[in-house]
Design a protein around this ligand. Structure first.
Ligand SMILES: [Zn+2]
Length: 258
């Protein structure tokens, strides 16, 4: 699957002299890597520009490199522009998988907690980050309740079997299937349309018979889901349907994997 963050690799020894006359300045975070052999620039959502340099790379050259790649950096930063805005607590959450529109109310309280009553969530919290964490936990719980039964129902309906299901928060994959028959599904599927989630589950179930993307695999998929190409396209742009308040936590440094 395509990388979500912009990335550029440079061979610094061959770097040409910049001809840019207008000087741009960029904020960036710098990391010195023992393993890196070249300078690496990455623009990540919520994080911004990251510069990784090899251990002995002269730092005074960084500015020149940024100038040379100024257009690329600017374009990448624009691409992720909304993710650099301060996070807002959502007043509405659309769960496309279940067709629910959830309203969220917030109250200030010493005792953080989340209560659901039908389509209404009430969150008591002291700080914004607490409220966001409660919302993310709630979303993950919804995903566990929704995705595992859908997988089982489709396996029964279409005559597939699998060993185990795991619901995870992944950055770059909607789902996967291991050689041992463990199917992993991304909890952000809650934000995608039900038909597309159905296709994704079928895709992973077909991998229990064909652990590859061969012609035989796609024939099996097409037999179960004739309009699979439409859903592939929706999945490719699916990140746009995941709200920033949820994505944000995936890009925090030192995030523990779920
Ligand atoms: Zn696949």
């Amino acid at each position: 699957m395509a990388s979500y963050a912009g990335l550029i690799m440079l061979q610094h020894k061959r770097a040409a002299i910049s001809l840019n006359l207008t000087k741009q300045s960029f904020d960036y975070s710098l990391r010195v890597s023992k393993r890196a052999r070249h300078v690496r620039l990455a623009v990540k959502p919520f994080v911004g520009l990251e510069v990784v340099i090899p251990k002995r790379f002269p730092r005074h050259q960084i500015d020149r490199i940024l100038q040379q790649h100024g257009d690329w950096i600017t374009k990448q930063l624009q691409l992720h522009a909304t993710s650099f805005n301060p996070l807002q607590l959502p007043g509405q959450i659309r769960l496309r998988l279940t067709g629910q529109d959830i309203t969220v109310n917030y109250h200030h309280s010493q005792q953080p907690q989340l209560q659901q009553s039908g389509q209404l969530l009430t969150i008591s919290h002291q700080q914004q980050e607490q409220a966001l964490e409660l919302l993310r936990q709630w979303l993950r719980q919804q995903a566990r309740q929704q995705l595992a039964p859908r997988l089982q129902a489709l396996a029964d309906e279409l005559g597939f079997s699998y060993q185990r299901v795991s619901i995870r928060s992944q950055k770059s994959r909607w789902g996967s299937c291991s050689s041992r028959g463990t199917i992993s599904l991304n909890d952000q599927l809650m934000f995608l349309p039900a038909d597309t989630v159905r296709y994704l589950i079928i895709h992973e179930l077909c991998h229990t018979r064909q652990l590859n993307h061969s012609t035989a695999f796609w024939q099996l998929v097409a037999g179960c889901c004739p309009d699979y190409q439409t859903h592939e396209q929706i999945l490719n742009r699916g990140r746009d349907l995941v709200p920033d308040w949820f994505l944000h936590s995936l890009y925090q440094p030192n995030r523990s994997s779920p």
